[in-house]
Design a binder for this molecule. Structure first.
Ligand code: GAL
Ligand code: MG
Length: 1000
């Protein structure tokens, strides 16, 4: 072994690096300060570097510094994205044995090399910066060892002045995939390696300014502040030339000072809706350093979170650095794409899950207006897996009592707290806090520090919390795992400012907030966005708005993680031969890996619209949900719909301060018995940094006369002249035009033909199964156990009546499954009219003990080339009983292909809730009550069977599903059970479907 053994030694974290300090770039000229690459003191070393990959660091040859290279790799990048090593997705499980501080002998290793030209000047220092290397780096300049560093998401800055010479210099870096620090980097992600963030050299003067910390305190009325500056020079400190400009670029002061202390009057406050920044300019001989600074006050008063004295709510998301092509390497442009999408979708806060992003990321958030929870690079939940659980015994043999469950739970928590309490890792945990806090301490957007994620609690975090509060008392401190208590430790929570949970239910929020509390309730993760998800977003926001002690939450998570496979498609855990893996648990984002918003994001957007309208006592009332802005920044477009048809429209303006209400000046239509809807669209008047003028921030739709139901006009009935033939198994009913075959064993139509042309391509059967969504991943076992995936229809009794204007078939039937009892009992009445209209009256009841149904309705196999249908329902996005805030009731057109949402792991999708009718040339369908419908090239069974969307093959039909009810979506993949009110759980129900075939 030729490398010094620092990578398995938690007492050696950094060797010959500068201390963690604020991120800033010195420039020679003020004019270049907008862009770091433009600085005369900044030299990027990004580019193609020589590279050699070794499956084990033991393979590194002794003379590796003399090695020649045949391959190259871009810096920054992850080597797994360039054909080296393999992709591996794991969530909780460590990808190696739990044996701290040791990592496997088979730990892969990358040897990097490049040359750079340099002409060192006397009296200058040269600082080589690596902004992110996973997992640790040994640095050599001109074949001399310079230093070592770990902590993947922290800057390692080496002073290489004494190693560089005039002319060509060589740089070698040895990077290991794992080190002792990897035990603290068990984040739920694809595990990638290498130099993944920028590398650059900074030229500094001999006694350079290494660090500074801007502090200020605002007065009670928030209009005056005293600003101070703490500076650290590499040698003795000296006076700086300090200038402050207002957000409008007016000089406020300029002075020479060693210790600045200056009062500022008429302060213009910063907040995310209007991120006003002052400019602090520090001049030190030939260096100019520009630091933007916003003034704002974050505090908790009587349990309520206040920003600038105003209660605010975090409409937040958890964001990883992740891209299908570039992995952890995220450029400025990629980050901007994310921030723009977030602004477009009413997101105002980001938790940097679960490590700090690149140092310029928080700077962007200062400028563009986002609130940040800056999280330290700590996560060690893999330790909880030390608890060996017995495989589940069969229910009848299970003598486990609650005491045993409690014991296992406590043992798991104790293991979970391993690193939180192990004295060997105390320094490492503190170091990771310092890396985060010191680097970003001058960032306005950072309102909250977070100690990390899911690493248990204990002495090491208590010490870290105490250090943070002493270093930066101006911000709040968050850590969710403090709710876990080791059996041998009493948690000290004095430095934590939030009661933080993940994945609690809306009821949990209300429960906490009902009692007086000193800390706000924060959901640092909620509404798990996996697959077709976020059905509970509205209910969470009802609870947040309802409870002043709740300060909002952060949806898990912003983007799906999935690298491209060899076939050019997205791959998830297990697609790369990786083990252990967590399957598609990495596909849980509001946007796809390549940033296409899912319907999840659109649902969240409208739930988080800044204005909400309600109809009350004949008036339309608007509530302003901005935290700071007046509604006069918006135009409100309205449109009346009578029976779905567009009527009068116009534009309105209102004046309404933040968090207040106003009446909308609009005249209501007279109640003429029609179905009247009012659509309101809220659009921004002026262009802002990320959004154009006219951007729609959200919409509302009000049903003004809810008692007026929309009705389809009945067909005039005509006399029937059907010929009826009945056998033991079939009933055949026909006239010159129409021919029906009724299957008496099943109690359904097996054939419907008009003029010899099939109207349905398979029997017209009932359907209870849906392809489980990711949120059904738990309930699906219960469903399957109840036989729902394997059910069929049978009839017991069929009677036929030929009436003067109709043929009526009455059926007693049921849905059954092998080895199980009856799932549904039916009393059916089919009515056939002479003109091709069929109605199916269904009266159903179901045994009370059975689990709720995925759905219930009819399934029609229509021709593949059906083409477009028109529907009056919630569209045009997919919509469900609990996920319809993204959709409006209206008249839309779609076809089977357009209507299918291609989740990478196929699942139920594309349903439309609250429909009045759906029609095409082939068929018109409606029901006695609003129903859900779906149009798809695939059957539920096909979607269930396939694990990747690119393996789906069309059924050869257009599958039309007409559902009495489709159970809701929720977010149970990692969250509460689907709420009762969204389940198809009624013990009896009734509906009549009407089908009119062959409309042409
Ligand atoms: C949480 C964890 C996240 C993520 C999520 C599941 O417990 O904090 O990092 O793993 O579960 O997607
Ligand atoms: Mg070490």
């Amino acid at each position: 072994m030729i490398l010094p053994h620092y990578f398995e030694d938690p007492s050696v974290l950094h060797l010959n690096t500068t201390p963690h300090h604020a991120y800033f770039i010195p420039h020679q000229r003020l004019e270049t300060t907008e862009e770091r690459e433009a600085s005369d003191y900044f030299t990027s070393l990004n580019g193609d570097w020589d590279f050699h990959y070794y499956p084990s660091y033991h393979d590194l040859p002794e003379d590796f510094l003399k090695q020649s290279f045949s391959q190259q790799i871009p810096v920054p990048s992850n080597w797994q994205n360039h054909g080296f090593d393999q992709h591996h997705y794991t969530n909780i499980n460590y990808p190696f044995p739990f044996d701290p501080p040791f990592v496997p002998n088979q730990t892969p290793c990358g040897l990097y090399h490049r040359h750079f030209e340099w002409s060192p000047q006397r009296e200058q220092r040269y600082l080589l910066n690596f902004e992110g290397v996973d997992a640790c780096i040994y640095l050599y300049i001109n074949e001399q060892f310079v230093g070592y560093s770990q902590v993947s998401h922290a800057t390692a800055e080496f002073d290489i002045t004494d190693y560089v010479h005039h002319g060509q210099n060589s740089l070698h870096a040895v990077v290991l995939k794992w080190c002792d620090g990897s035990y603290l980097e068990d984040q739920d992600k694809f595990r990638m390696s290498g130099i993944f963030r920028d590398v650059y050299l900074l030229s500094r003067q001999a006694n350079y300014l290494q660090d500074f910390f801007i502090r200020y305190t605002l007065n009670e009325t928030l209009d005056e502040t005293t600003i101070s500056l703490e500076t650290t020079f590499i040698h003795e400190s000296r006076a700086l030339d300090i200038q402050l400009l207002s957000p409008q670029n007016v000089e406020i002061f300029r002075q020479q000072a060693v210790n600045l202390e200056e009062k500022i009057a008429n302060v213009q406050l910063w907040q995310a809706e209007n991120p006003l920044l002052y400019t602090l300019i520090l001049r030190d001989n030939d260096e100019v350093i520009v630091q933007k600074i916003g003034f704002r006050k974050i505090e908790v008063k009587e349990g309520v979170l206040l920003l600038n004295g105003q209660p605010i709510k975090f409409k937040g998301v958890n964001r990883h650095d992740s891209d299908p092509k570039t992995g952890y390497t995220i450029s400025y442009a990629q980050a901007l794409t994310d921030l723009k999408l977030m602004k477009q979708h009413n997101i105002n806060a980001i938790r940097t899950a679960h490590y700090p992003n690149a140092p310029w990321f928080s700077e962007l958030c200062d400028k563009l207006g986002f609130y940040l929870i800056n999280e330290s690079d700590v996560e060690s939940h893999g330790a909880s897996m030390l608890t060996v659980r017995q495989p589940e015994p069969s229910i009848l043999l299970n003598h486990e009592n609650d005491l045993e469950t409690a014991r296992i739970r406590q043992e798991t928590i104790d293991n979970f707290c391993y690193f939180a309490r192990d004295p060997q890792f105390k320094q490492a945990i503190l170091d990771r806090q310092k890396a985060n806090i010191e680097r970003d301490k001058n960032r306005t957007s950072v309102l909250i520090w977070s100690l990390g994620n899911e690493s248990g609690y204990g002495e090491n975090f208590e010490a870290a919390a105490a250090w943070i509060k002493a270093r930066d008392p101006s911000r709040l401190l968050h850590y969710e795992s403090a709710i876990y208590q080791h059996s041998q430790h009493k948690n000290d929570l004095q430095h934590l400012d939030f009661y933080s949970e993940m994945y609690g239910s809306p009821q949990d929020i209300e429960r906490y907030c009902q009692q007086p509390q000193s800390k706000p309730f924060l959901l640092c993760e909620y509404s798990h966005a996996m697959g077709n998800s976020n059905g509970d977003a509205e209910d969470y926001w009802q609870a947040f708005h309802h409870s002043p002690l709740a300060c909002g939450g952060f949806v898990w998570e912003w983007c799906d993680h999935a690298p491209y496979r060899e076939n050019g498609q997205f791959g998830y855990g297990g697609d790369f031969g990786d083990s252990p893996n967590d399957g598609n648990f990495c596909m849980d984002g509001l946007v796809s890996p390549d940033r296409i918003p899912h319907s999840n994001l659109r649902e969240l957007k409208n739930v988080n619209r800044p204005v909400r309208a309600r109809y009350q006592d004949g008036k339309i009332i608007l509530t302003n949900y901005f935290d700071f802005s007046n509604l006069n920044t918006l135009s409100i477009y309205y449109q009346w719909l009578e029976n779905g048809m567009p009527m009068q429209s116009g534009k309105l303006k209102v004046n309404c301060p933040a968090q207040a209400e106003v009446q909308l000046p609009i005249i209501l239509p007279e109640n003429n018995g029609s179905h009247w809807l009012l659509n309101l669209s809220y659009q921004q008047n002026e262009e802002t940094a990320l959004l154009p003028a006219g951007h729609e921030l959200g919409f509302d739709q009000l049903n003004i006369y809810p008692q007026n139901v929309f009705k389809i006009a009945p067909l005039a009935s005509i006399r029937t002249q059907f010929k009826i033939e009945e056998s033991a198994q079939f009933i055949k009913i026909d006239n010159q035009e129409w021919r029906y075959h009724f299957d008496k064993q099943k109690g359904i139509f097996s054939k419907i033909e008009k003029a010899g042309k099939a109207q349905i391509e398979q029997p017209l059967d009932f359907q209870i199964w849906r392809s489980p969504t990711d949120n059904d991943r738990l309930i699906r076992h219960t469903w399957q156990n109840a036989g729902y995936d394997n059910a069929y229809t049978r009839a017991y009794q069929t009677t036929i009546n030929h009436l003067s204007q109709a043929v009526e078939i009455r059926v007693k039937s049921a849905i059954l499954s092998v080895a199980r009892g009856r799932i549904l009992n039916f009393d059916l009445c089919y009515t056939l009219l002479a003109n091709g209209q069929l109605s199916i009256q269904i009266q159903a009841d179901r045994p009370a003990h059975l689990p709720f149904l995925p759905r219930f309705g009819l399934r029609c196999y229509l021709p593949k080339n059906l083409g477009e249908v028109e529907y009056f329902g919630y569209g045009e996005d997919e919509s469900y009983i609990d996920k319809h805030h993204l959709a409006k009731l209206g008249i839309y057109r779609t076809d089977a292909i357009k209507n299918h949402t291609d989740y990478v792991k196929p699942q139920e999708n594309g349903s439309h809730w609250g429909c009045y009718y759906v029609k095409s040339d082939a068929l018109m369908a409606w029901a006695s009550a609003p129903f859900s419908f779906n149009l798809s090239p695939y059957t539920a069974e096909m979607l269930t069977e396939k694990t990747h969307c690119y393996d789906l093959e069309s059924s050869g039909h257009t599958i039309l599903s007409l559902d009495y009810k489709m159970s809701g979506i929720g977010s149970n993949s990692c969250g509460p059970n689907l709420a009762e009110q969204y389940r198809l759980n009624e013990s009896s129900f009734e509906i009549t479907f009407y089908l009119r075939f062959s409309q042409t």
